[in-house]
Design a protein. Structure first.
Length: 440
């Protein structure tokens, strides 16, 4: 592997864990940009080894055989490795390898959102103890620079809300449902055919991927440790063509949103709300125009106001770009004999349960088409302290459909209202329940 020469500078050794879609592109960029990287860093970067599961697996780039190894633990413990880049994903063996790398004096760059969301605290503590960097820009939204602005650029501001589309697969599916009137299954099949969705799309369509990213965003934005299990999660598999059509009638579009907000709990203490779910947003909202498999994150802060970050949120090259950005920063710190600022968790705010979160509902209800139905439904909302913003009624012979949009209330109040509706004799079915964001 070629390296540039910087007079008098000690080469920095890099160990790469994983050589799949992202790892292959990291290898390519290290090779192609060796001279530029050396100039930017102030020292050449040398790839010492690449840990893989199988030596004979097909790869997108040619990696010299002498660099390939199946012994990850030995690679990260080498004396000539200064930076370990982890792109294998999952919890283990990634966690053990990262901790070993830090204990052995290497700084770490990772793209592992699942591990950071589940056990980031352990990794951050290990990095702090070792006096080494742990950078992870590529863990959220691919090439889009969002984590560093939250951590560094907005460090002097008070972020109040982060709302974003952080999963390209689900955005592609919902975009096709909105644009062409496709059903969920049809749009998913197309996404799989084009390679946007895995054969098993559960992590994407059931929002596990987005929830992990929401936890990372909330942790950085609000200086509080938020884990994936703290994030309320609902996927898009129950979103129907009728839901999307109803959103159109309201001038809205359905998106899977990751939302993290600074709120107050019942005692008036500052707290964090973190959730991922499909929601209707007005078509004039900046996030409504995010199409296909693109990602975007919308940030609100007290001084800077509203900021939006947009771009490709996945893929080998875009994610590798974010990895290389972190690698350059970490390498510069090593050359300068310093380390970056660690993620801060000084606020230690509580995470609100979903029931205490303020939101709005769009509810479609099939009812008997007779006198008194509307007033009975309105009473059910009122009994639970929920005010109705709009109601639309459509007759269907002996049946009718009511489409109700509420004002803001706690999610617990709204959920209780829906459960009450389902018990009423005049209600044949509650066919759709979806939250509404971005209006009130």
């Amino acid at each position: 592997m070629a390296s540039a020469s910087v007079p008098g500078a000690r080469p920095l050794g890099v160990a790469l864990l994983g050589c799949g879609v992202v790892g292959s592109q990291v290898v390519r960029l290290l090779e192609e940009q060796a001279d530029d990287l050396a100039a930017r860093i102030g020292a050449p970067v040398v790839l010492r080894g690449v840990a893989v599961r199988r030596l004979d697996a097909p790869r997108e780039v040619d990696v010299p055989a002498e660099l390939l190894t199946t012994d990850g633990p030995a690679l990260v413990a080498r004396d000539d490795v200064d930076i370990v880049v982890e792109v294998i994903g999952g919890i283990e063996p990634a966690r053990t390898l990262i901790l070993s790398a830090l204990e052995n004096g290497a700084s770490v760059v990772t793209a592992n959102k699942a591990l950071l969301a589940e056990d980031g605290a352990t990794l951050f503590e290990a990095a702090e103890k070792a006096g080494r960097d742990l950078y992870y820009e590529a863990a959220v939204a691919g090439a889009i620079p969002i984590l560093r602005p939250l951590r560094d650029s907005l460090a002097g501001d008070r972020v109040t809300k982060v709302i974003g589309i952080v999963n390209g697969t689900t955005n592609y599916i919902l975009d096709k449902m909105d644009t062409y009137g496709a059903g969920f299954a049809e749009a998913l099949a197309e996404a799989q055919e084009l390679g946007y969705a895995e054969a098993d799309p559960t992590a994407d369509v059931e929002a596990f991927d987005a929830a992990a990213k929401a936890a990372i965003l909330a942790s950085l934005a609000f200086h509080t440790r938020v884990t994936g299990s703290d994030v309320h999660r609902e996927g898009i598999s129950d979103v129907t063509a009728a839901d999307v059509a109803s959103a159109k009638d309201m001038g809205c579009v359905v998106k899977l949103l990751a939302i993290a907000e600074l709120k107050h709990d019942a005692d008036g203490q500052s707290a964090v709300s973190a959730r991922v779910h499909p929601a209707m947003i007005p078509r004039e909202h900046p996030l409504a125009s995010v199409r296909d498999a693109y990602n975007a994150v919308f940030v609100e802060s007290e001084a800077a106001g509203q900021l939006m970050f947009y771009g490709r949120g996945a893929g080998g090259a875009p994610t590798a770009s974010a990895v290389l950005g972190d690698l350059v920063t970490v390498a510069r710190n090593l050359v300068a004999g310093t380390k970056g600022v660690a993620a801060s968790a000084y606020a230690a705010r509580a995470v609100l349960p979903m029931g205490e979160t303020l939101t709005r509902y769009h509810v479609a209800i099939d009812v008997d088409d007779r006198a008194g139905v509307l007033s009975a439904v309105a009473l059910a909302f009122a009994e639970h302290g929920v005010s109705i913003q709009t109601v639309r009624q459509e007759g269907r012979g002996a049946d009718a459909q009511l489409v109700v949009v509420s004002h803001t209330a706690t999610d617990a109040q709204l959920s209780a209202t829906v459960e009450r509706l389902r018990t009423m004799d005049i209600v044949r079915d509650v066919t759709s329940v979806m939250r509404v964001e971005g209006e009130e």
